[in-house]
Design a protein around this ligand. Structure first.
Ligand SMILES: [Fe+2]
Length: 308
């Protein structure tokens, strides 16, 4: 039938224990050392030791064995070696060196969260009451994994692996630079962007609404202002509210809410975006380190040293 979900990510970091504590603060549930769950998505995040921070793998959920067969044929057409059986398929994206697994899984049934009551001009959805966010005392916990963003030295080739090979659909593009791709009704689950080196840019996690984006970030920053990267803002591509924070390894993690959902592929028209809209609609200006994370130069030197 189809791909239906970004199920999980495996990320390599130099110090698993220290990075793990960050993701507990972020609101993920620690199931075991280095293994984390969201409220509705089950286990969705794994940390493993790695000399340099990077995305090691991702798992995409599909409906049935036919999907695996189709992916296997398509990847072979791209000359990508594939291992597969009735339940799972495994292949390595050859440019960014990421293990991509597709597994047969039931569709997850999401619990509808009631709309937050916001007053509007001529529309009092919350008469005689303070904003509900003011009385939310519980810690923000991500409901589900949303997307992953990677830099790759060959954007077109990595994009082809995910579209022509795995079967993700392109939602929007920044020509020659980035492709926003989906394997669910989320506007994007995987974003690949052209970069001077292969690296993990960010992971993104869904929370209930913009108030929880703000509350989550405030809580992360209370004792660690150095975690702040960029926010609060709203993206243009995908429309979501965002706030980006940084884990101790240098990976960004994003709280988001209100992303575009593409339910009927026939109705959605992918578009090209350039300039500032490729980055955001409103918010503080993005720091230069958002585009080029501070550790990239050192990683490039390291990669070149390894190459020689
Ligand atoms: Fe994002």
């Amino acid at each position: 039938m189809a791909l239906h979900r970004l199920k999980s990510l495996t990320v390599g970091v130099p110090d698993v224990a220290r990075t793990a504590d960050y993701y507990v603060d972020f609101g993920l549930e620690r199931l075991a050392p280095g293994r984390f769950a969201t409220v509705e998505g089950g286990e969705q995040f794994v940390l493993r030791p790695s000399p340099v921070r990077r995305l090691l793998g991702m798992t995409i959920a599909v409906d049935d064995t036919d999907d695996l067969g189709r992916i296997a044929v398509n990847l072979k057409r791209l000359d990508v070696p594939v291992q597969w059986d009735a339940a799972a398929l495994r292949a390595r994206e050859p440019v960014a060196d990421i293990v991509v697994e597709a597994t047969v899984e039931p569709r997850s049934v999401r619990t509808p969260v009631p709309a937050t009551a916001y007053n509007g001009p001529g529309r009092l959805d919350r008469p005689d009451a303070r904003a509900p966010a003011l009385s939310r005392t519980y810690p923000v916990r991500p409901l589900a994994l949303g997307h992953v963003v990677i830099g790759t030295v060959e954007q077109e080739s990595t994009q082809r692996f995910f579209t022509a090979g795995i079967g993700l659909k392109v939602s929007d593009v920044v020509p020659g630079r980035a492709a926003f791709m989906r394997c669910s009704t989320d506007h994007h689950n995987v974003l690949v962007q052209q970069a001077p080196i292969n690296f993990l840019h960010h992971t993104s996690w869904q929370v209930a609404d913009v108030d929880d984006v703000g509350r989550g970030a405030m809580s992360m920053l209370a004792e660690h202002p150095e975690r702040h990267v960029w926010g609060l803002g709203r993206h243009h591509i995908g429309s979501n509210f965002f706030w980006y924070l940084k884990d101790p390894a240098g990976n960004f993690s994003e709280y988001y809410s209100d992303m575009d959902a593409i339910v009927d592929d026939q109705v959605w028209t992918p578009r090209s975006f350039e300039g500032v809209r490729a980055l955001y609609e409103w918010g503080p200006p993005p720091p230069p380190s958002f585009i080029n994370p501070e550790d990239l130069a050192a990683h490039m030197t390291g990669a070149h040293a390894e190459g020689h």
